[in-house]
Design a protein around this ligand. Structure first.
Ligand SMILES: [Zn+2]
Ligand SMILES: [Zn+2]
Length: 298
């Protein structure tokens, strides 16, 4: 498993993963205790307690059973898979079939969610779901940091005064949502791009499956993004960072970067990272190896 995942630190959020269209997508935010998709299940994500699954295509979901089985094997609690409601029954069936094959069950928490729902990852951290546009019921997820701040009109009050106001039932705090990471999974352009928590997330994780000029139609047919779509979309977004994923295996990262750089200006391009051009993660968790960032393209 050594040195296969790529690591990025964007807006103080550590993201590590691997993503090639049709092969495997897995992107973890270990400090936030979530992993987006589980195309295969690298050892680095076994300690993460929540898998947020965008959709049921094999390159995003095939690691599900292995995740539960390995966590059980190393003595971790079951872990939770969040997925579209329509996938809950087939996934539970799949776990039952694996229990017959292995002759023992692996505990699994499989939770169905609908678009627009909030799921509490931990106190003060939500995963908010949204529908994307993949020609298949697919979800995106935004991780939202929820904070409570004193309302500005009470800023000059003393501690005892605030306690008194609270006793009187005055709402002295306001709830603030800070969207941290929005993961859009596999998707073409769609209404979800107008959602505030997607537009303003510190990091937007977006697919970029095609870059060749003559592949626009293929992108449309598969409900995927072409680099031309991103050139239109990204300048309108307010994210600090764009992390691009899901390129085809034959696309070299430097060609993808060049193709996008031809279409957008530097103010956008300076916020773009391709997942697969990050630093490789060492075989020991948390250790980053100092290597060239050129990914294999074969
Ligand atoms: Zn895919
Ligand atoms: Zn897909």
């Amino acid at each position: 498993m050594a040195e296969r995942l790529f690591e990025h630190r964007l807006s103080d959020i550590r993201l590590l993963g691997y993503s090639v269209a049709g092969e495997e997508t897995v992107i973890a935010a270990p400090e936030l205790n979530v992993c987006f998709d589980v195309g295969k299940c690298p050892a680095e994500i076994l300690a993460v307690d929540h898998i947020l699954l965008s959709h049921g295509h094999m390159d995003h979901a095939a690691g599900m059973a292995y995740y539960f089985s390995q966590r059980n094997f190393v003595g971790n609690a079951a872990g939770t898979l969040l997925c579209s409601a329509h996938l809950v029954e087939p996934f539970r069936d799949l776990m039952k079939v694996w229990a017959r094959i292995e002759r023992h069950p692996s505990p699994a928490k499989i939770v169905g969610v609908e678009p627009g729902q909030d799921f509490e990852i931990r106190k003060g951290l939500l995963a908010r779901t949204f529908a994307v546009n993949h020609g298949y019921p697919a979800l995106g997820f935004t991780l939202i940091d929820v904070r409570h701040k004193l309302r500005p009109e009470f800023a000059d009050r003393s501690g005892p005064q605030l306690v008194e106001l609270k006793k009187q039932g005055v709402e002295i705090q306001q709830r603030i949502e800070v969207p941290l990471v929005a993961f859009c999974g596999d998707t073409a352009e769609g209404n979800y791009l107008a959602l505030d928590h997607v537009r303003k997330a510190k990091v937007l994780i977006m697919e970029c499956t095609f870059i060749e000029e003559d592949h626009v139609r293929r992108a449309r047919e598969g409900y995927h993004m072409h680099v031309r779509d991103l050139a239109r979309i990204l300048p309108k977004m307010e994210n600090e960072w764009f992390l691009l994923t899901h390129l085809s295996r034959r696309t070299a990262m430097r060609d993808a970067r060049k193709a996008l750089a031809r279409l957008v200006d530097e103010s956008v391009m300076s916020r773009v990272r391709f997942l697969m051009e990050g630093q490789r993660v060492g075989s020991r968790p948390g250790v980053v190896k100092d290597e060239t960032s050129e990914p294999r393209t074969s």
